[in-house]
Write a protein that binds this ligand. Structure first.
Ligand SMILES: Cc1cc2nc3c(=O)[nH]c(=O)nc-3n(C[C@H](O)[C@H](O)[C@H](O)COP(=O)(O)OP(=O)(O)OC[C@H]3O[C@@H](n4cnc5c(N)ncnc54)[C@H](O)[C@@H]3O)c2cc1C
Length: 388
């Protein structure tokens, strides 16, 4: 659903200009510094980029799912680090608060997140609980009017720069599954919370990721999300359900950008006396990229619209994330191929995207986890309860 189609078209045009004229020229600098410079962050904050999915009542843009994915497709046509910088606030770092937070929690944190003054992150994964996230071991033990958190999280995007952590921890040790988990809001300066050294990564330079440790970290019970214990895993799944559609859109932008760049290259690079783009084997790769981008875009938009209508899109969200992330990987691989030897040489956009987009198939549910989810739900729709 697009609330004001004409106004939204103007907004998308401005976002497109901002990405091309302000962000793309800074890509090499971000890769070199391994951070998004403060002046760029300030410009993104001034443009409202941190608040896309935060309700208007708290200073955000209150985008519908369709609006959010269209904005994401534009914003992601540049180095992944830029959208990762704002992406936890427009996704997993704010969503639990938006959907299940109390009014007091929302008032306290959402305006600062919408303005970019506060960066959020989402801490679910642990060393022993990755795909099997419900097996998490971090504990939250009630102690008077607060909870004592102990344990460690790993691979948490934006943890090194976050001011607010949405943390999933086990409040019921007798229940080792999903029902024993609760969700908490933990402020960075809470004694007992620390973050590790940012990981050295294969790609996405400029997007910091680290471990998070809790050592008798005392969190006020008022920071429990959802008002009661045991709802944390359900909240996390609700967050991820929407985020999977959002992330699928964020896989489409890089694919569009890679195709744009490779079209320029293949139209101008001459071999055997003609542009390499004139060779039909190269054209087949161009056509496959374009076709798959269109398919992913149509799938994501249809799913976003269904979600806005209130339809349950749990399976479709998995399909979007699975298809768009794998599509983006295939586009990256073809574009390296079409670039020839230069595609293997560092410091061009295709080589960087090739490394950056590899993560899409791993986080927020690996491709295999989504395949399982899609297959199970397909059996379920046919009346079968098939489990591995
Ligand atoms: C850079 C980065 C950023 C991240 N950001 C965040 C974040 O902000 N917050 C957060 O909470 N987490 C984050 N993650 C964690 C990410 O979501 C997990 O890495 C992911 O869920 C996979 O878990 P794992 O790494 O433990 O792999 P594992 O679960 O150990 O999987 C290993 C392999 O086994 C396969 N596998 C596992 N179970 C099954 C099964 N049942 N059937 C078939 N195959 C299976 C997987 O598909 C994979 O191929 C991030 C990870 C990275 C690398």
């Amino acid at each position: 659903m697009i609330r004001d189609p004409q106004g939204f078209e103007i907004f998308l045009g401005k976002l497109r200009d901002f990405v091309r004229n302000r962000l793309v020229p800074r890509e090499a600098e971000v890769a070199r510094l391994d951070e998004v410079p403060a002046d760029v962050v300030a410009e993104m904050a001034a443009g409202g980029l941190f608040g896309y999915s935060i309700p208007e009542a708290y200073g955000g843009a209150g985008m519908t799912t369709e609006e959010l994915v269209l904005a994401a497709i534009e914003l992601s046509q540049c180095s992944v680090a830029f959208r990762a910088r704002v992406g936890t606030n427009t996704g997993i770092g704010s969503e639990a608060l938006v959907i299940e937070g109390s009014e007091a929690q929302k008032q306290r944190y959402l305006p600062d997140m919408a303005s970019g003054r506060l960066t959020g992150c989402f801490a679910l994964t642990e060393p022993e609980a990755g795909s099997d996230a419900a097996a998490l071991k971090t504990t939250a033990v009630r102690s008077g009017d607060s909870y004592l958190l102990n344990g460690s999280k790993c691979f948490i995007t934006n943890a090194p720069i976050a001011g607010l952590f949405t943390v999933m921890a086990r409040t019921d040790p007798a229940n080792p599954g999903a029902a024993g988990v609760s969700a908490f809001l933990v402020e960075r300066d809470t004694p007992g919370l620390s973050t590790g050294t940012p990981y050295a990564k294969m790609g996405q330079a400029g997007s910091p990721v680290s471990e998070v440790h809790f050592d008798n970290c005392r969190v006020p019970s008022a920071n429990l999300i959802g008002g009661e214990e045991g709802r944390g895993f359900k909240i996390a799944m609700k967050v991820l359900n929407k985020q999977r559609i959002h992330l699928a859109a964020l896989c489409i932008g890089p694919a569009i950008r890679m195709l744009d760049d490779i079209v320029q290259h293949t139209a101008n690079r001459t071999q055997f006396g003609q542009p390499v783009g004139a060779f039909q084997l190269v054209q087949a790769m161009i056509a496959d990229c374009q076709t798959e981008i269109h398919a992913a875009r149509a799938l994501v938009l249809e799913t976003a619209r269904k979600r806005d209508e209130g339809i349950d899109v749990t399976m479709e969200a998995s399909i979007c994330k699975y298809f768009a992330s794998e599509m983006c990987g295939r586009v990256a691989d073809r574009c390296v191929q079409m670039l020839g030897g230069y595609g293997f040489i560092a410091d061009n956009s295709i080589e960087r995207f090739y490394r950056d987009v590899r993560l899409f198939r791993l986080y927020e549910g690996t491709s295999q986890i989504h395949q399982i989810n899609i297959a199970r739900r397909t059996f379920g729709q046919a009346g079968y309860d098939i489990k591995s």
